[in-house]
Design a protein around this ligand. Structure first.
Ligand code: PLP
Length: 395
């Protein structure tokens, strides 16, 4: 559908679709066309659309949606206590997005740095941490950074997965902080090599550098655990979360061990909206759902989703060269332009995206069921088959 005239700044390459409403993992556009949503608002709609728990929480919050952080409110207290229960004692600071959660973490690392005379911050090649100036400075993607230089000083890039490069950088820059994603989502759903995170955590600790794990995309059940780092058995100094935590209501969180959180003094940071009663009430409901059934559901669906990717690779070796990810976060590596396939899938009623030219990403709502997986497989089969046919006809 051609877009109507509008005054939205043109920073997004939007699909030519205007969405109208959804239910579960299904969504419709304003012309009534039906889609299976395997992107979930880029990993946000954890409970899909119109989930009864989210509706209940939204209704619950209507008489006190916002207070400012000048006041205490019960949902905010309950949310921090629930998060402390999940993390075994981390303290929380609420923001409104992933990039803001990371900004808060960057500030906390710098605040710690002031006490020990350090200011450098390291992050990994291929990583993505957001678009505000601090998070952008930790995101070494020239297309994102170059138009906005000068960036925040003393951010340095380290090669992802290379422990000796990390050791060298820790020694050279004596950083106050190191930022890592457990699986690089925007970078193309690239998991770190097994053992890297635990070794990096040990190196950072020995070097007096705080480790912040950016769990904005991998966190809150997406990988089948609360956090994507858990299988490496580490306890990062700082964890950042956002996306699925609010199931569509904007919230980000910067969580820190008590001994690290104490570097923030009253007045050091603040936000008008962060963790307001509306966002906190919904986030609490999401955590409750994950705890009571969601995590288990993701663990049950993950191997089924993986089996579909294996089947696609087996059926279309001329298109699929591999797949990677965990839980309900997957990238299908393809030998032909991913974007072409993603647009064809959209035409066929399946929402996906291509974070890299050779990667199709799946971040379905965590509530998906067998019916959704079957529909996914059927549409992908159709898209790949017609791609092959069109190539043969064009040849
Ligand atoms: N960190 C990671 C790992 C992300 O994937 C993203 C967004 O995709 C962000 C940070 C930024 O989050 P937001 O877009 O909510 O600012």
């Amino acid at each position: 559908m051609a877009m109507t005239e509008n005054h939205l700044m043109a920073v997004y390459a939007r699909y030519p679709v205007t969405l109208s409403h959804g239910q579960g993992a299904e969504v419709w556009d304003i012309q009534g066309k039906h889609y299976w949503d395997f992107l979930a608002g880029i990993g946000v709609n954890a409970l899909g659309y119109h989930h009864e728990r989210v509706v209940k929480a939204l209704n619950q919050a209507v008489s006190l949606t916002h207070t400012s952080n000048l006041f205490w409110h019960q949902p905010g207290i309950d949310l921090s206590n629930k998060m402390a229960e999940i993390t075994h004692g981390y303290w929380s600071l609420w923001a409104n997005s992933g990039t803001e959660a990371n900004e808060a973490g960057i500030k906390l690392m710098r605040r710690y740095g002031k006490t020990v005379g350090r200011s450098a911050i390291l992050s990994l090649s291929g990583g993505f941490h957001g678009r505000t100036m601090g998070s952008l400075s930790a995101t070494f993607v020239p297309a994102y950074q170059d138009p906005f230089t000068p960036l925040v000083p003393e951010f340095y890039e380290v090669e992802a997965g290379n422990l000796s490069a990390l050791e060298e950088a820790l020694d050279r820059f004596k950083p106050c902080g190191l930022i890592i994603e457990a699986i690089q989502g925007e970078g193309g759903v690239v998991p770190l090599p097994p053992g890297y995170l635990s070794a990096a955590a040990k190196l950072a600790q020995d070097a007096g550098t705080l480790l912040m794990v950016d769990e904005v995309q991998t966190g809150m059940g997406r990988t089948g655990d609360w956090f994507g780092f858990q299988h490496e058995g580490i306890n990062p100094d700082i964890i950042t979360v956002a996306k699925g935590l609010g199931a569509g209501i904007p919230i980000g969180g910067m969580l820190a061990k008590k001994e690290v959180a104490r570097y923030f003094q009253p007045g050091d940071h603040g936000t008008t909206f962060g963790g307001n009663p509306l966002a906190a009430t919904v986030a609490l409901e999401v955590l409750d759902w994950l705890q009571s059934e969601g995590l288990e559901h993701v663990r049950q669906m993950a191997p089924k989703m993986e089996a579909k990717l294996v089947a696609l690779q087996d059926a279309f070796p001329e298109i699929v060269s591999g797949y990677r990810g965990r839980g309900l976060m997957w990238g299908l590596v393809v030998k032909v332009p991913a974007k072409t396939l993603v647009l064809d899938a959209l035409d066929n009623g399946l929402i996906l995206n291509a974070p890299k030219p050779d990667v199709i990403r799946m971040l379905p709502p965590l509530i998906i069921d067998d019916r959704a997986l079957d529909a996914f497989f059927e549409i992908m089969t159709q898209v790949f088959s017609s791609y092959i046919t069109s190539q043969r006809e064009g040849a």
